[in-house]
Design a protein around this ligand. Structure first.
Ligand SMILES: C[S@@+](CC[C@H](N)C(=O)[O-])C[C@H]1O[C@@H](n2cnc3c(N)ncnc32)[C@H](O)[C@@H]1O
Length: 249
C-alpha cells in the first residue's frame, strides 16, 4: 500500500538535481565552515538518504538515523541501489542522547522535518505535544553536537507558508500518476497541513499530514532559546522547496 514515504522518495528526485544540490551544499556550507571529510556528520532525519547518502558517496563521514521504521527500509533500498554500504538507525529524536555516544560536528535535519517531531505519519494534532517534541528535539541536537558544532535546520520559505505545487509524473507501484501537493497554514492553531494528491487515469488519492507550524522567524527564536548562536539563513540556489538555516553551538 502506497504511503507518504514512497511519495517522498520520488519527490526528492523530481524536485532536485541531486548532483548540483550536493555540490552546492559542500561549497556553500561544508567547506566555508571547515567541515571536512574527517569530521562526523549526522543526518538525524535521514529518510531515503537524500543529500546524506550523496555526501557519503563523496567520501564524507556520515551516520544516519530516522524515527520511522519504513524510512529505514527505504534508506536501505536506496543505499543498495547506489551501491553504498550504509545503514540508517531507527532513532526517534526523543531518544537521540540515549542511543548514541558520538558527537558530530554537523547535524543535518532537512526536508522541513522538524515540525513533524510528534506527527510524522500519525493522525491528529496536539499543539502542546507537538511544540514540546520540537523543543526536545532541538535541545537534543544541541546537547549531541560537539562544542562549536553546527546544525543545518530548514523550514518553509517566507511567503510560501501556503502553496500548491504540481510536481509532474511519477511511477508508484508500477502505476503512472500525476503528483500535486498543497500546504495550508493555521497559525492560530500552531498547525500546518500538508496534503499530497495523486491522480491516475481512474482515481485520485489524498494523504494528509499535520505538523507544528514553523516559520523562519519562529525557528530562529526556538534555536536561540535552545542556546544556538550565529543563526544565519543559508542561500542555496539549488534548494527548491525550503529555507535552510545554519546555527552554531
Ligand atoms: C519530509 S521527510 C525528510 C527526509 C530527508 N531529511 C530528506 O530531506 O529527504 C521527514 C523525515 O523526518 C523524520 N522524522 C520526523 N519526526 C521525527 C522524529 N521525531 N524522530 C526522528 N525522525 C523523525 C521522518 O521519519 C521522515 O523521514
Amino acid at each position: 500500500m502506497f504511503n507518504i514515504n514512497d511519495f517522498w522518495r520520488e519527490t526528492v528526485n523530481l524536485a532536485y538535481n541531486r548532483e548540483k544540490y550536493t555540490e552546492e551544499f559542500i561549497s556553500s556550507i561544508l567547506t566555508p565552515n571547515n567541515i571536512t571529510k574527517n569530521d562526523l556528520i549526522w543526518d538525524v532525519s535521514a529518510g531515503t538518504g537524500f543529500l546524506s547518502l550523496d555526501l557519503l558517496e563523496r567520501g564524507y563521514n556520515v551516520i544516519f538515523s530516522d524515527g520511522d521504521s519504513d524510512m529505514i527500509k527505504q534508506f536501505a533500498q536506496e543505499a543498495e541501489r547506489i551501491g553504498l554500504e550504509a545503514e540508517s538507525k531507527l532513532i526517534h529524536w526523543e531518544y537521540l542522547l540515549e542511543k548514541y555516544n558520538k558527537q558530530p560536528k554537523l547535524i543535518i535535519n532537512r526536508g522541513n522535518s522538524l515540525g513533524y517531531a510528534a506527527t510524522w505519519r500519525k493522525e491528529g494534532f496536539d499543539a502542546r505535544e507537538s511544540y514540546t517534541q520540537v523543543m526536545n528535539a532541538l535541545n537534543n541536537f544541541y546537547k549531541l553536537l560537539q562544542p562549536e558544532g553546527f546544525l543545518i535546520q530548514d523550514c518553509v520559505k517566507k511567503g510560501d507558508e501556503e502553496h500548491f505545487y504540481e510536481f509532474g509524473t511519477m511511477t508508484l507501484e508500477g502505476k503512472t500518476c500525476e503528483l500535486e501537493w498543497e500546504r495550508k497554514s493555521f497559525p492560530e492553531e500552531e498547525r500546518s497541513e500538508w496534503t499530497i494528491i495523486l491522480r491516475s487515469h481512474d482515481k485520485e488519492r489524498q494523504i494528509m499530514n499535520n505538523s507544528y507550524n514553523i516559520t523562519g522567524e519562529s525557528l530562529t527564536g526556538m534555536l536561540e532559546e535552545t542556546g544556538f548562536r550565529n543563526i544565519e539563513p543559508v542561500n542555496l540556489e539549488t534548494e527548491q522547496l525550503y529555507k535552510a538555516y545554519l546555527a552554531r553551538k
